[in-house]
Every structure is written in C-alpha cells, then in structure tokens.
Design a protein around this ligand. Structure first.
Ligand code: HEC
Ligand code: HEC
Length: 469
C-alpha cells in the first residue's frame, strides 16, 4: 500500500537524490587576481596506513553515514535484490550496492553507501570503484520526501529511536534538495550536496536550523573518478583541491547524516583501512583483444604528445607527475573549478572546522585548474573530462567530432569498443533528460585538443595503446 503513496522511494532512500526545486544558475565571475598558472607538480603528503581487507569490509557493512532509516521500512517497500553485487552476507546480501544495513544501538537501519556513486557495471560486469555515470539527479523528489518524513513521524513518533536515527539524514537531504538537481542524467552533484548539507552544520557538525550561508543556486555536476587512480595522486578531486590527510577527505560524505564530532572521530578511525583498500585497487584489464603492432606504434605517439602531463606506464619506469594544469592551458570548461573559488563557504567551513583543525589535518585548496589524471584503466572510465562531456576516447582525441547534444540509452550491458566509451545518438537539441547538453554552463566539451593534430592512423594507434594502460 505504501508503494502507491510513495512511488519513488528508491531514489529517496538513496539519500543523495532528494530534491524539490530547480533554481537558475548564478553567473560565474572569477576574481581576476586568481592566478592562471600553478607550480608544476603537487607535492606528496605522508598518509596513514591501514588494512585493505578491513576497509573493504567496512565499506560493505559499516556505519559511515551516522544515521539511517529503519530496515523494516526498507524491506516493506522493496523486494529482495538478488544480484548481491558486493558479495555480502546476512541482511546486506539482499540490498543493492547503494545501501548498507547496520546497527545504531540495537536498531537495524539502512543508509546510503559510497557505491551509490563509486560502483558501476561495464559490459554487464560490476566493478566496485568505477565511477557511476548512470545516476539520475534530475527528478523532483520534494513531495516524496515530505511523505516519508510524515510517515516516519506517524508510525514511530518524534521521540522514538527510529525517528531520531533517521533525523540527521532527513534534515540534511531536505536542506540540500533544491541545490542538487542536475540538468540531465549521468552527472553527479556530490559537492553541491556537501555544500548544501554543510550550510546547516556548525564547525563541530551539530545541526543549525538557520543556514550558516546560502549555497549557490543550481547544480553543476561532474563525472566520478575511478577509485584505482587514488594510489598515484598527491591531491584528490578533479581540481586537486583535496590536500593533507586523505582519510578525512574520504569521509566527507558523512556530513549528510552525522551528529557531532565524537561520531566523526569514530568514523574517521575506520578510514585508515578504507584508504588502504582504495590504494590496493588495480585498474581493470581491457576485456577484448588488442592489436600489439598498433600498441607498439601508439607508445611513441603517447610519449611525444601525452606523457609530459599524464606520466609513463611502462613496467619498471612508471612515473606520474601529479600536474595541476590551469584551465586556460588545458582549455576545458572552467566553471566547475571556478565554483570552488567563488563559493568559498565550504572551503572555509572545511579548513576552519573539524576536518582542518582536529588531529591530522586535511585542507581544501581550490585553484583554477584541473589535475591531469593518471590514465590507468582509462578504457573503462567513459565519459571523459571532469564533467563527462565527451562520450568516448575517440572524440576526446578528435575534438571536431565531439557531439554537442548526445543521448545515451543508459544500458550498462553495452559498451562501444570501437570508439571506447558509451554508445550514444547525436541529437540536434536536448529535449529529454538522457541527452547531455554541452551548451549549458559547466557542461562545455571544449579544450584538451592534444589529439587533434594527429593523423587518423596515429590516433587509432594511440587509442590501441591507451587500451593497455
Ligand atoms: C553522491 C555521490 C558520491 C558518494 C556517495 C561518494 N562519492 Fe566520492 N566522489 C563523488 C564525486 C562526484 C567525486 C568527484 C568530485 C571531484 O573530483 O570534484 C568523488 C570523488 C571521490 C574521490 C577522489 C578520487 C580522485 O581520484 O581524486 C574519492 C577517493 C572518493 N570520492 C571516495 C569516496 C568514498 C570513500 C565515499 C564513501 C565514504 C564516497 N566517495 C562517497 C561522488 C560521491
Ligand atoms: C598539458 C597537459 C596535457 C597534455 C599534453 C595531455 N593532457 Fe590529457 N588531460 C590533461 C588534463 C588537465 C585533463 C583533465 C581535464 C578536465 O577534466 O577538464 C586531461 C584529461 C585527459 C583524459 C580524460 C580522463 C578521464 O577519465 O576523464 C584523457 C583520456 C586524456 N587526458 C588523454 C590524453 C592523451 C591521450 C594525451 C595525448 C594525446 C593527452 N591527454 C595530453 C592534461 C593534458
């Protein structure tokens, strides 16, 4: 019966997808004093060590959310998920990767997981850590959200443990709702979600009913980087803004449900292991055969055109330079990077609050630049660029061929092995939410033209080489 009154509860329970109003984007005006060039390489900072297996366990079973909805509510709405893609035991075996069941006191609750955004299928095979480019944050979920809140209050009462366990999550997602609606499917508003959740959190994470600042209107989503790249990186995120203790940066998603800094410390203790797990991941090997002759031809082309930014991949000579490239130089859409410079309340909250001041420190250092990412497993990480505006490797290396409007079928069992990326249909306009619209602010597909001057023959050889990374 609830299924009828609360139709989209899946998305609601996804906790990151709760939305209610779409607002117009603010124009981005960057302070001309912000530099356009950066020191060549980002220096390494010492990192904590942990147990990779324990990290994998924790991500699949642990409480890193701080709050959750009663498990019995979840199971009364949803049938069992039989795929068990994360190979879990007990009641978690029946949940999809985006949910985890855990205990708060003696109550069993369900919260969202990292795999909501950091796990995906490719050619029908589930790959934990592969960025999920299938998410849908375009829907208006406000009414659904209101219904759920009322439903929990009516069923359990405001003072019940059940309601109190869910409250943190409900408050944050409700507050974040207007700020995380994306213009089309496939892009991820994670930082907009964090910014909006943080707007109601004091520096020690406690909830503030009055917002501490107003987040920017409208969302600018991004693609989701693959987890196996982390082990080479000295700074996290597309813009390289995540510095210092990675265990703190990795737990940022907890701001959505967390109660206070005591809980933050407890959660952070587990993230040494999570970091070790992420660092243990290897890029998936290309699943089809490669033409070794072409690969050999592609290697010197890579060396001449790409290595100075993306590093070397030959066994025994591996080197990754950790370069931050100014947006003016790489020429890709600057809006995503610029937003961190303009809307600096999140940076201040992070740097002045628990993350930046307690124990081993982490910091957020925005710049008008993007990291030249490691290219390990790049065959699997379509769509390309920080905003996912380029559907495949072929068009990444030939900018004249990049589609302005491209519609995906969002079927995860097909991959285009000829062009290396997700299949799409080119359109003349964007009239549905499955069509990527590169004319919108933040979603431009310009720049990174380093493959343009190659002959078609050389480009094909380079692509063959890229399949082997
Ligand atoms: C709502 C979706 C979402 C959830 C949930 C989420 N992430 Fe992310 N994550 C993202 C997006 C989007 C980015 C890219 C943002 C950027 O780089 O600017 C990202 C970036 C990262 C990166 C940086 C990788 C790199 O190469 O720089 C790591 C590591 C990471 N997330 C780990 C985690 C962990 C661990 C969790 C769970 C505790 C988690 N994420 C939960 C969406 C999410
Ligand atoms: C001057 C430095 C520079 C050079 C040279 C360069 N790149 Fe890049 N590359 C970057 C930067 C910076 C990004 C990230 C841009 C963004 O996301 O907006 C990037 C992104 C990419 C991506 C997207 C990765 C992803 O998962 O989204 C691929 C693939 C790539 N480069 C391949 C190449 C190849 C192949 C060459 C040689 C033909 C090359 N690059 C030359 C700096 C460079």
């Amino acid at each position: 019966m609830y299924r009828k009154t609360i139709p989209s509860l899946t998305i609601l329970l996804g906790i990151f997808c709760i939305l209610f109003a779409c607002s117009k984007k603010e124009e981005i005006i960057v302070d001309p004093a912000i530099p356009d060039s950066y020191p060549d390489a980002i220096p390494a900072t010492p990192q904590k060590s942990g147990d990779a297996n324990a990290g994998w366990e924790f991500l699949r079973y642990g409480n890193y959310v701080g709050s959750g909805l009663p498990l019995e509510i979840y199971t009364s709405f949803f049938s069992e998920n039989t795929e068990n893609l994360l190979e879990r035991d007990g009641d978690n075996a029946a949940l999809p990767p985006s949910f985890v069941a855990f205990n708060i006191g003696d109550k069993r609750v369900v919260g969202g997981t990292c795999f909501t955004c950091h796990g995906s299928k490719l050619d029908g095979e589930y790959i934990p850590g592969l960025g999920n480019s299938f998410s849908d944050y375009t829907d208006n979920q406000s009414q659904t959200f209101g219904l759920l809140n009322t439903f929990l209050l009516t069923r359990y009462g405001a003072d019940s443990e059940e309601y109190q366990n869910a409250k943190g999550l409900i408050q944050s997602t409700q507050a974040a709702a207007p700020y995380i609606i994306t213009d089309f499917k496939g892009v991820n508003p994670a930082f907009d979600l964090e910014r909006a959740a943080v707007a109601h959190r004091n520096l020690d994470f406690t909830w503030s009913e009055t917002p501490l600042f107003t987040p920017p209107a409208g969302s600018v989503g991004s693609d989701v980087p693959a987890w196996w790249l982390l082990k080479k990186k000295n700074a996290l995120y597309y813009t390289g803004l995540g510095r210092g203790d990675f265990t703190k940066l990795l737990m940022q998603t907890t701001v959505v449900g967390i109660k206070d800094s005591t809980e933050a410390r407890a959660i952070n203790n587990e993230f040494d292991d999570v970091l070790a797990y992420l660092q243990s991941l290897e890029a998936p090997k290309y699943t089809k055969s490669v033409n070794q002759e072409l690969v050999a031809k592609g290697l010197p082309i890579f060396k001449d055109n790409c290595e100075r930014c993306h590093g070397t991949y030959e066994v025994g000579f591996e080197y990754y330079p950790n370069r931050l490239i100014a947006t003016n130089t790489v020429g890709t859409d600057p809006v995503y990077a610029d937003r961190f410079l303009i809307d600096n309340e999140l940076n201040d909250w992070f740097n002045n609050g628990w993350f930046g001041t307690f124990g081993t420190k982490a910091s957020v250092e925005p710049s008008r630049a993007y990291i030249a990412p490691p290219l390990d497993g790049v065959w699997a990480t379509a769509p390309y660029l920080h905003n996912g505006s380029v559907p495949n490797l072929y068009t990444l290396l030939n900018s004249a061929d990049r589609p302005v409007f491209w519609e995906r079928d969002f079927n995860d069992s097909t991959y285009d092995h000829e062009h290396i990326g997700w299949p799409y249909q080119e359109r003349t306009s964007a009239d549905n939410s499955s069509t990527y619209n590169t004319t919108l602010s933040g979603y431009g597909n310009q720049g990174h033209t380093y493959g343009d001057s190659l002959s078609e023959e050389d480009r094909m050889a380079l692509m063959e080489y890229l399949k082997t990374l």
